[in-house]
Design a protein around this ligand. Structure first.
Ligand code: SAM
Length: 202
């Protein structure tokens, strides 16, 4: 997904940002495609995994930076410097990415998570150049038997921050945690088997 999005929305030498870097997929694709990139993650282990994954030789001369930091505060990036944001936050606390790192939004319930995503969306808007795109992948969740439309709730944060909707892409999800559960219940039509890629424009 990052490769297709980078090809669609950037040119060589552009600056790409992924502030929920994880293992560094966006940065690896940016490097392969001769784009510059900045990656941020709250978890130092993610930063070191990304750095390992980025240790390959290729023909591009990209500048790639990784940083241990919080996506809600990108104060080390000046206003309107980034050409494209391509990122993938946690889906509230469906998968916890650490055991208690302060600022890790994968430890938060949906409402607190959305408050933090409002801050993230404001930072996205601030660092992106005018007219440029911000792609965010996210899925909906189910808690206590009820669906929480986390994707559309998060989309509202980005619209509030000033972005407009450019695309809403549906990505099929093939390895869902609850696939077997719904199959056993013979109700697999209830499986949440898609994620969204929202492409916002500043
Ligand atoms: C869904 S994963 C990203 C996976 C990534 N697309 C990859 O290729 O591996 C979400 C990441 O967000 C990070 N994270 C959680 N809260 C954060 C925050 N406040 N600021 C930056 N990163 C955060 C987690 O540590 C985790 O690595």
């Amino acid at each position: 997904m990052p490769r297709n999005l980078i090809l669609r929305y950037t040119n060589p030498n552009d600056w790409v940002l992924d502030q929920f870097m994880g293992s560094g997929t966006t940065l690896v694709e940016a490097k392969l495609l001769n784009r510059n990139a900045v990656g941020v993650d709250i978890n130092p282990q993610s930063v070191s995994i990304s750095e390992t994954n980025l240790q390959f030789q290729c023909e591009s001369k990209s500048k790639i930076y990784t940083k241990n930091g919080n996506a809600t505060d990108l104060n080390f990036i000046k206003d309107s410097r980034i050409d494209f944001i391509c990122t993938h936050p946690p889906y509230a606390n469906i998968i916890k990415y650490s055991k208690g790192i302060e600022g890790d939004i994968s430890l938060l319930d949906a409402e607190t998570f959305l408050n933090e995503m409002s801050k993230v969306s404001n930072e996205c808007y601030r660092v992106l150049k005018k007219g440029k795109m911000c792609a965010v992948m996210i899925g909906d969740i189910r808690k206590y038997g009820k669906v929480i439309p986390l994707g559309f709730r998060m989309m509202e944060c980005f619209l509030q921050a000033g972005f407009s909707n450019k695309e809403i892409i549906i990505k099929e999800q093939h390895n869902c945690l609850s696939t077997d559960y719904w199959k056993e219940q013979k109700r697999d039509f209830l499986l949440l088997a898609h994620e969204y890629i929202f492409v916002f424009q500043k």
